[in-house]
Write a protein that binds this ligand. Sequence first.
Ligand code: GLU
Length: 570
Amino acid sequence: MSASPVVTRFAPSPTGHLHVGGARSALFCWAYAKNQGGRFMLRIEDTDAARSSDDSARGIMEDLAWLGIEWDDGPVLSLADGRTVGGDARGVGPYFQARRVSLYNRCAEQLVKAGRAYPAFETPEVIDAQRREAVAAKKTYRYPRPEEIEPGRFNDALKARWDRALAGESHVLRFVAPAHEIIVQDRVLGAVKIAAGELDDFVIRKADGFPTYHFAVVVDDETMGVSHVMRAQEHLANTPRHVALQQALGFRTPIYAHMPLIMNMDNSKMSKRDKAKAARAKLQERVSKGLTPAAAAAALELPESEVASFLAKDNDSLAVAERIARVYDVTLPEIEVCDFRAAGYLPEAMCNFLGLLGWNPGMKSPDGKDLEKFDLAFLRQHFSIERIGRTNSKFDRLKLLAFNADAIAALPDAEFAARWRHWCEEFEPALVRAVPTDRWPWLARAVKARARTLRDGAKAAAFALLDDASYTLDQGAVAKHLQSAGGAGLRLLADARARLAAAEPFEPEVLHGVLEQMAQQNGGMGLVAQPIRVAIAGVAVSPPLPESLAVLGKARVLARIDRCIGLAST
Ligand code: GLU
C-alpha cells in the first residue's frame, strides 16, 4: 500500500431504504476510489439506536450490490453468484458504529482531559425551555458555555464535572467550540469559511452514551483511514464542526468534496415525502369529486381521523400513502433504489443515470453530442472530482426511462429472458407460474421490443394470466373485429381455429407461417390478427401473435377461441 492510499466511504444511517441520492453518493465514492486505485468502504452509522435496524442495513447493502457498487471494506455480504463483498482487509473495522462505542469514549475522554469537552447536566426540559426563550426573543439558540469552563484546561471545575459523569449522573458531553475561524477547503465548492465564534458548544456524546453523528464521523474517518469524504451538499453545514473536532483531536482533515443535491423537475427536493404528496393529491381529487372522508376511511380500512390528518398534511405516513396507492390505483413516484428495482429498472441504466447527476465525462460521442451513455467500467476509468458540478441536478424521470428502454433493447434476447424471469420471480410470481419454463423465451422475445421497464414486460404479458374460462372480452373490440361486416372476423377466427388446431409443433415459427398464409389469403395481417387477439387476450392488443399463441399452448388457445366464438356469436 502506498503512503496515502485513497480511501472513500459511503456512510448510510440504517433508518430506511437506500435513497437514490445515497446511491449517487455511493457511486461517486466508489468510482473515485477505483479510479485512483484506492479502496471504497461501507460504514453503517447506526448510533441512533431507536431509528436504526439490521433489516435496513441489510437492505441498503443489497441495493448497493444490486447496482453493482461493491465495497472493498465493510460488512460482509454474500452475493447470489457465490462471491462476497466487504471484509476487513485493512483491520479498521468493525463497520457498524454501534460496535465502536469504546473507541468514541476513549476519544471523548481525551477531549475532556484536554479541556476541549465537558459534561453538561441540564435536563432536556431545561434546554428546551432555553431554546423556546431564544425563539421568543427571535434569537438563534446557543448553549451558554458555563463560565467555569476554560478552553484547553482540565481545571478543577471540569474535573468535578467529569467525576460526576463517571459516577453515573445523567449528562451529555459538549465540545468546547474553538474561537477561531474555520475554513473548509472543499474540492467542489472551494473555500467555505465559518467566522470565529460561530460554532456553538455542540453535543458530541448523547445521554444514552452514544456519540452524535458529528463525533462518530470524525473519529471514524480518522481511524478508518478515510482520505476523501465525498457526500451530498446537505452535509456541508456540518463540515466546519467536523474540522473543528479534527483539530481538537489532532487528526488530519480529509479532502472534502460535497456533491450537488438531487431535485425533482419542479425544483423541490426529492424526498420520501413525494410519495405522500402524490397519494394525497389523488385522494384530494377524489374528495373534491364527492368521496366523503368516511367512505375513504372505510375503503382504506383506516380510522377516519388518520385519513383526515393525512389529508390535512399533519403527517406524511408512508403506510397511508401506500394504502391509498393500492386502493385507488395510484402509482407512487419511485424514490428509493428498491422502488426502481420493483418498477423494473435495470441496474446498469440506473448507474448510468445516477452517474450523470452532478457529474459528466465532458466527452463527445461519435455523433457529436455530449457523451451520456456509459457503464461502470467507463465511470471508474474516467471519474474525476474536477468534473463534479456545483449546481443542483434534476432527476429527469423521462430520461431515466429512456435510458432503461435502451438498456433493455441492448440486451441479447437470452439475457433479457433470464433477467426478466428473475425479476418476475420476485415481483410477478404468478406470471412465472403461468408460463412453462420452456416457453418463457418466446414470451420474453414477444414483450422485449416494447418494454421500457421489466414491469412493462409483465403488463404486456398479462394475457398469459387470464383464466381461460372467465376473462372479459372487450365489447367494443368484439363488435369491431369480430361482429362487424356481417361477422367477417368471426368467420376468420373459425378458420384460424381450424388451422391452429392442425399446427405442429405449436411453436412461433410454425405459427408465424400459419398466420402469414392466412394473411395472404384474407387481405392482410391486420384483418387476420385482430380477431385472434381479441379471442386470446380479450382486447385487440397483444404482443406479437406467433409468440403469444405459442406461450399459451394449443389447448389454451383453442379453448379461448371456442369461448370467444361462442360469446361473440350470440
Ligand atoms: N450517516 C450520514 C447520513 O446518512 C452520513 C453523512 C456523511 O457522509 O458523513 O447522512
